[in-house]
Design a protein around this ligand. Sequence first.
Ligand code: NAI
Ligand code: MG
Length: 337
Amino acid sequence: MSTSKTKENKYKIAIVPGDGIGSEVMEATISVLNELDIDFDYIYGEAGDACLEKTGTALPQETIDIVRNSDACLFGAAGETAADVIVKLRQEMKMFANLRPVKSYPNTNALSENIDFMIVRENTEGLYIADKEEFTDEGAIAKRVITREAEERIIDYAFQYAKDNGKSKVTGVHKANVLKKSDGLFKDIFYEVGEKYPDIEKEDFYVDATAMYLITQPENFEVIVTTNLFGDILSDEGAGLVGGLGLIPSANIGNDGALFEPVHGSAPDIAGKGIANPIAMMLSAVMMLRYLGENESADKLDSAILKVLTEAKVLTGDLSGSATTMEVADEIKNLIK
Ligand code: NAI
Ligand code: MG
């Protein structure tokens, strides 16, 4: 362990706890991060329902600036204003890649013990462009936008991720048999970009078949790369595969910033009771540490979390335990020490 901290491992981290259990799991996660041999400078920003009530806006410019000027952002959860906060932040920061790891942990209701893959979803185009949707005399039309630039960027990100993380295969997911032009282009780009990565196996599936394979042979997958809507749907299927919102982290990555957040929301049904599972937020912090290149600390935190789940002595109610949020954090802190 290094004794003197170099300039490289001092980081400015934007902390946006948000609403409900967002601030509870954030507090637990920060207490755990403080056990690591890294200097974090936390800068807090407000956002969400309570912020809207207090300031008249769910995402103040000041918070956007805090995120913009940080090395990375940890985001808890927002309530009813989630779309105004998180979607806007992703757009402001041009975070083009949405990463959702799908991994089975012990003592959870995962469908299989050996699930471990990453979904890399394009975050900026596809069907999710509000101004490409309009009412017509007959009903409504949404246009699906696929640009070479954005798809090359996300596909290259997926292959590079595979290479950097010792994965041997990338699966491209599309519907090129029906969407011959837009997804035909996606499929072509997938194999074009893939040529730069000769050591990585490539395969492609239609999205409907993928939805089935995820259930029938989830162990087949290592890295999935796909467009916005398909990625949104398959990510939630992935969450279902490994069971439990309390365990699922995510990352939003751009060239100028990155934001790490649990997939769950503000959970008003359990907020204020101190019983939320902090692990999804902590695993989001693990993703942040890897993004910052702090792999040793990431491994340390990751294995402490795995140990807590394996031992199953200190777990929150969603995992059939009776521990509080901070008791889980304390257990993880002890394991890190
Ligand atoms: P939710 O994820 O907040 O809760 C769904 C269920 O899972 C609840 O029963 C909750 O108690 C449980 N749960 C979630 N996280 C948990 C954790 N860490 N530990 C233990 N149990 C947990 O989703 P819901 O109920 O659909 O939405 C509640 C609010 O959150 C809404 O206002 C919604 O707009 C917002 N939301 C925000 C998101 C974000 O900020 N990224 C994402 C999803 C929802
Ligand atoms: Mg979704």
